[in-house]
Design a protein. Structure first.
Length: 166
């Protein structure tokens, strides 16, 4: 177990020791965090910048914050993996991260139900109702996808025994 933790820390140190990947992670955390909190009506921009978490929205806020952090980490590590891949194009690098990001971003649609209903009609109303009712379970699944994608990228970046000796 100790060996896996040390390898995990070494991979993170390798990726996040470069300033550009830290900046990518910060931007990739900030954008979804603003999007999720605005769509969940936690962050308001008009008439002034206001941040308010009601009693029933704290769990949604915590999960969306975790998702935003994981999206930032997965995006940065995916870009690092893609740039440092031995082959020119490896589609499996982005498969897990894109599934996690899309499944997390899809849930933010639930707070803008009016647009779904007017655009898709009856199907939009049914989809809006489904997303609103199952918003938290879908977000938990999205966190699972993001963790899985991070683990799969970590396995590809895991250092070899020869690299650690040098």
């Amino acid at each position: 177990m100790k060996k896996h933790i040390l390898e995990f820390l070494l991979v993170n140190k390798t990726v996040f020791s470069k300033t550009e990947y830290v900046l990518i992670a910060i931007v990739a955390v900030a954008l979804p965090l603003i999007l999720f909190n605005t769509s969940d009506q936690i962050l308001f921009f008009l008439p002034s910048l206001t941040f308010y978490i009601s009693d029933d929205a704290w769990l949604s806020f915590v999960i969306s914050s975790i998702m935003s952090i994981l999206i930032g980490i997965v995006t940065s590590v995916s870009i690092y993996s893609f740039i440092n891949a031995k082959s020119k194009f490896n589609p499996t690098v982005f498969s897990g991260s894109s599934i996690g990001i899309v499944s997390g971003a899809c849930v933010s649609c639930s707070s803008i139900s009016f647009y779904l209903i007017t655009f898709f009609g009856t199907v939009g109303a049914a989809l809006s109702g489904f997303l609103t009712d199952y918003q938290l379970p879908i977000r938990f699944i999205a966190v699972g996808f993001l963790l899985w994608s991070y683990y799969s990228i970590y396995k590809k970046l895991k250092p070899c025994k020869n690299q650690r000796r040098q």
